[in-house]
Design a protein around this ligand. Structure first.
Ligand code: FMN
Length: 194
């Protein structure tokens, strides 16, 4: 009886161990956002959905809930900010300023950006490029979205014309999804796995 339990346990261990090891070794894609009125959060959720390829572990979190350890553990960081006066918000700037720099521990991690802005061409590209500048200072490897229309990352217009007063539109969510998917593919491809 005892020996059959022992044999069964060994068989189970052999069956479960590879699954445990592969779960632990998946690169982490951290999707970080700041979103007082919910539009950037909607884009973040679409980025996270796109990144769910099964090959990575996706962590979707508001910047207030992200620790230094979360940042260090991530193989990729996708960061989103609303446009405030054609710039990233002070909270997102503070979040970036909190990243560890000594010894450049973020070097070679994948980085990508997304943004939402009230109006067309009054800041969303500047915000994505601002995030990208900061990631480059840390030595991160920058990835844009799937299509030319999301070359700098994924952005959404939330307050002008036909986009005003509505949930974030499908055309923008698709760009966010594509960005997430590409980041997930690239982080596996370059085998970033701290
Ligand atoms: C203080 C402030 C400044 C803003 N400045 C801009 C701006 O310069 N350009 C723009 O396109 N939208 C601007 N907006 C609009 C926001 O970027 C837009 O509503 C965004 O989608 C909000 O994101 P959230 O819903 O995730 O908070 C501003 C909003 C606030 C509150």
């Amino acid at each position: 009886m005892r020996s059959s339990i022992l044999i069964l346990s060994i068989i189970l261990l052999f069956l479960i161990a590879p699954a445990i090891v592969s779960a632990q070794s998946k690169p982490v894609v951290l999707v970080a956002y700041y979103s007082p009125s919910g539009h950037t959060k909607a884009m973040a959720e679409a980025v996270a959905g796109g990144a769910e390829t099964g090959e990575v572990e996706v962590v979707l979190r508001s910047i207030e809930d992200i620790s230094e350890e979360d940042v260090l553990k991530a193989g990729a960081i996708v960061l989103g900010s609303p446009v405030y006066n054609a710039n990233i918000t002070p909270a997102v700037q503070e979040f970036i300023n909190s990243w560890p720099f000594e010894g450049r521990p973020l070097k070679d991690k994948i980085g990508a950006a997304f943004a939402t802005g009230g109006g067309i061409s009054i800041g969303e590209e500047l915000v994505m490029l601002n995030i990208i500048h900061s990631m480059l200072i840390h030595g991160m490897v920058i990835v844009g979205g799937q299509e030319t229309e999301a070359a700098f990352g994924a952005s959404a217009i939330t307050g002008e014309g036909e986009y005003a007063g509505k949930a974030v539109q499908e055309v923008f969510l698709k760009k966010a999804e594509g960005l997430g998917k590409r980041v997930a593919e690239m982080v596996v491809r370059i085998e970033v796995n701290p």
